[in-house]
Design a protein around this ligand. Structure first.
Ligand code: M6R
Length: 603
């Protein structure tokens, strides 16, 4: 959470920092601030979104070759201008921006107050400039003082520090919270995430955990937190700047929903031998998969829902027992692992704090780890033993869409691969995968207008049920999360067979219910559940294949027929569109829903 941008070089700094912040706004958007370092240190802050700050700064041209900017997701202190970053030392000569939480800030603050420092905000962050100020009394470099101050701090942080005493330098430090560095010619960059750097460079140095960087025009030097110099070559990132733009769509979310057929195609590239109808998964070694007796999946939010789909898929196709658990729970439980356990984490960003903790827990237990992620060089990639990259491209909208579909696809590939290794290839399923991107395009073309009209009719909806069995239950959970987070409509996802054990009491005349029926082996059972809610007066929308027309629903959205294990790849698309158009009907902030942030790097 929180976005950090920094630049040292000859370009006009202010617009560059503003542009970077806009790209990172998905990380947090309750206030923003910028420092430009020229002869003076100029500080600008504003409560609210970046465009409010941009309006304040319109027409302003500042000299200076160094700047840092921050977009905040508040943890300590209300989202006010005073609490917005950057924060300054006592004299206003040194500025710091921070992502993360300084856990011992109260003790540090008490000591700094005793030493005579003045504080202006309620944040944990403000101790940092004062700690560095204190260190600069004895240290001769900004890097040395920042490292010494960092050693006093407990918790997770990504920092960028500038000082009038050290013009044209940014010191960056990383402990847990992400930071990436962009390597240019005669200019260098810093950001919380890669998309902010793509307009300028694709040569990216990932700052690892417990590392620092000194960023100057002439180059970037990397150090350990003990000050030992490090050498590392930049990665060349295969995303281009266009991928992180809205490309004519009104919102990133809609663009990303429409990118799904292509994201599915790209994720399959190199992973299927079409001639022999076999899945290739070189990322995950065969002997590891063959030796697995149980797979533990851990993830958060949407990625957790992909994990649930993965459980159904892997158990039914490959007969391998799978446990799935929310990472924030898993990390603190004492799970009794069985011999032959394999740990799998799923994370779009690869930076989610709880998912990283789950990954570390697997490692502490000596369990080999696999990861499915979308971001090269992310923390998950550095920690996991084996990585499979989804090829969704940059996902900017807070609501995850194309990442989910590619995660489910990756788990289908894993399930088929495990099945192959047991001597049970799945040629029919592999062949059908080839058609899936085309079918996803058909769903978009055939259903978008219908979904939009339904959302218009439902515009006063404030409570909804989505029901499904088997894989449809996983999709129901994800569909309900989309509706909640984007349109703020309360929605419960239920395993359709579980409804009568309690929630059916909520189903009365006129209640709106959606039933997913893409699993043919469960079709008759789902039909009974539909009848149960109809009998209580519910109005039912059903998502099914054309042969599901016998469902006595008030409205049916027909999906192009496909094999049951692939159903979720199609049924999710109208559910995402429904959340999108409901949010539009309600005038919600679709790409940046209230209280949320894209990358959850705090607990
Ligand atoms: O980057 P990750 O996949 O680890 O993120 C996990 C969740 O925070 C994320 O999926 C969240 O639930 C999305 N906002 C859902 O749309």
């Amino acid at each position: 959470m929180c976005g950090i941008v920094g630049y040292v070089g000859p370009r006009e700094v202010l617009p560059l920092i503003l542009q970077g912040l806009k790209t990172l706004e998905y990380r947090g958007y309750d206030s923003a601030g910028i420092v430009i370092l020229g002869e003076d240190l100029s500080l600008f802050k504003r409560q609210g979104k970046i465009n409010a700050l941009e309006k304040d700064l319109q027409g302003l041209h500042l000299d200076g070759r160094t700047g840092i900017g921050h977009t905040r997701w508040a943890t300590h202190g209300a989202p006010t201008e005073l609490n917005a970053h950057p924060h300054l030392d006592c004299d206003g000569n040194l500025a710091v921006i921070h992502n993360g939480i300084i856990e011992n800030y109260l003790q540090l603050k008490a000591e700094l107050l005793r030493l005579g420092h003045h504080f202006r905000s309620e944040t944990d962050t403000e101790v940092i400039p004062h700690l560095i100020e204190e260190q600069l009394k004895s240290q001769s470099s900004l890097l040395g003082a920042t490292l010494a101050a960092s050693a006093q701090m407990e918790g997770a942080f990504a920092l960028a520090v500038v000082s009038k005493r050290f013009p044209n330098q940014i010191v960056a430090v990383r402990r847990e919270s992400p930071l990436v560095l962009g390597v240019g010619k005669g200019e260098n960059f810093l950001a919380s995430d890669i998309p902010a750097l793509l307009p300028y460079t694709r040569d990216i140095l990932i700052l690892n955990n417990n590392e620092a960087a000194l960023i100057e025009e002439s180059g970037i030097q990397l150090f350990t937190l003990e000050g030992k110099a490090l050498q590392r070559q930049p990665l060349s990132i295969d995303w281009d700047a266009k991928m992180a733009e809205r490309g004519g769509y009104e919102h990133y979310m809609l663009k990303e929903i429409h990118e799904q057929p292509q994201a599915l195609r790209e994720t399959m590239v190199g992973h299927i031998d079409w001639d022999h109808s076999l899945v290739l998964l070189p990322e995950f070694p065969d002997d590891l998969l063959t030796g697995a007796r149980r797979l533990y999946i851990s993830a958060c939010g949407t990625a957790y829902h992909a994990g649930i789909a993965g459980k159904y898929l892997i158990e039914s196709l490959a007969g391998l027992p799978v446990e799935v658990e929310i990472a924030s729970e898993f990390r603190y439980r004492r799970t009794p692992f069985v011999e032959g356990s394999l740990g799998l984490v799923i994370s779009q960003s690869g930076e989610t704090m709880d998912t990283l903790a789950a990954l570390k827990r697997f490692k502490e237990q000596g369990i080999p780890t696999l990861a499915i992620t979308n971001v090269q060089g992310s923390s998950v990639c550095r920690e996991a033993d084996h990585i499979f990259y989804t090829k969704a491209g940059p996902e900017i909208a807070v609501a995850s869409t194309k990442a989910y579909l590619t995660q489910v696809l990756s788990l289908i590939l894993l399930a088929v691969k495990l099945s192959q290794l047991k001597g049970q290839p799945q040629p029919e399923l592999v062949c059908e995968l080839k058609r899936i991107p085309l079918l996803a395009e058909r769903v978009l073309a055939e259903l978008e207008k219908t979904v939009q009209e339904y959302a218009n009719r439902m515009r006063f909806l404030d409570d909804y049920f989505i029901l499904g069995r088997g894989l449809d239950f996983a999709s129901a959970l994800e569909g309900a999360l989309k509706l909640k987070e984007i349109s703020y409509v309360h929605c419960e996802a239920y395993a359709a067979g579980e409804l009568k054990h309690g929630p059916l009491a909520l189903v009365t005349q006129g209640k709106q219910v959606c039933i997913l029926a893409t699993q043919r082996n469960l079709f008759a059972k789902t039909l009974s559940n539909l009848k149960e809610v109809k009998a209580r007066g519910a109005e039912v929308l059903a998502l099914s294949f054309p042969d599901g027309n016998e469902l006595e629903a008030d409205e049916i959205w027909s999906l192009p027929p496909t094999l049951d294990p692939l159903g979720p790849l199609l049924s999710m698309i109208p559910l995402q569109l429904f959340a999108y158009y409901m949010a539009k009907e309600k005038g919600c902030d679709i790409d940046q829903p209230r209280n949320l942030a894209k990358s959850v790097t705090v607990e």
